[in-house]
Write a protein that binds this ligand. Sequence first.
Ligand SMILES: C[S@@+](CC[C@H](N)C(=O)[O-])C[C@H]1O[C@@H](n2cnc3c(N)ncnc32)[C@H](O)[C@@H]1O
Length: 275
Amino acid sequence: MTNARDWQGTVGKSWAQEWQRTDTSFGELTPHLLATIAAEPGDVIVDIGCGAGELSIAVAQTRLQASVTGVDISDDLVATARTRSALPNVCFLQADASQWGPQSERPDLYISRHGVMFFPDPPAAFANLAKVAAPDARVVFSCFRKPSENVWATSLAALLPPTAPAATERFAPGPFAFADPDHIRLCMAGWRDLAFTPVDFAYVAGAGEDPVGEAMALFRRIGPAASALRNLGDAERQDVEQRLLELVKAHLVDGRVSFPAAAWLVSATSDYRNG
Ligand SMILES: C[S@@+](CC[C@H](N)C(=O)[O-])C[C@H]1O[C@@H](n2cnc3c(N)ncnc32)[C@H](O)[C@@H]1O
């Protein structure tokens, strides 16, 4: 489980410092998401949970007539995103997207790369997003499919000490909270024409001159290994680090460390009628 407090604290700080590595990890998914977004109309675009802003900036660069607002709950990530672009048609805003509303024009297109699975009350959040949007607004986002289809997640879980049983609340936030399309339908009450496209991609943990070092640096700061390592004593940490290194080396192929990963691209239309 990763909640709003985590994103506003340690987790958000780590993502802000590691944005090059997290962008690399999504590098094979992003073109699929951008191609889906490119097929959608929309001039007032909001990127939900924009993080360090790669998706917002990429869309703003290709749609110069549009305004793109990246909304994120983490101050650190918004500050990082602001340093990355001087484009006049993109801006970044610190806010809880589940309660956000526009200052002026209503959005006609929401986009998100893995930023919509962390709302404490997703049906209320998606109802709000529909309510504050233009009639028939569209949404396009990516999210992980189930852990068993994401080898990076099962491989890491296998070498970490057992954790507390997964949260049982119906809408517990987390990276796999939107793995099940039926659950997404429940969360997106008030949205119609839901479409799910599966995308299999390589989650690139390390590339460049030192792919093994890059992957170790990523896993030490981001994701399940990072939170486990933070809480282990010295001996256990060394043991996990050693096994992590073996895992990473085993996944080094053609100069990069990568793991099979699986996502949904989800699109839908707002059913909300303003007024
Ligand atoms: C997995 S990260 C993805 C970040 C970014 N979209 C990317 O692709 O690099 C999830 C993002 O959602 C943001 N987030 C979580 N809950 C949020 C909320 N209630 N409102 C706005 N942003 C939120 C986090 O701060 C984080 O930046």
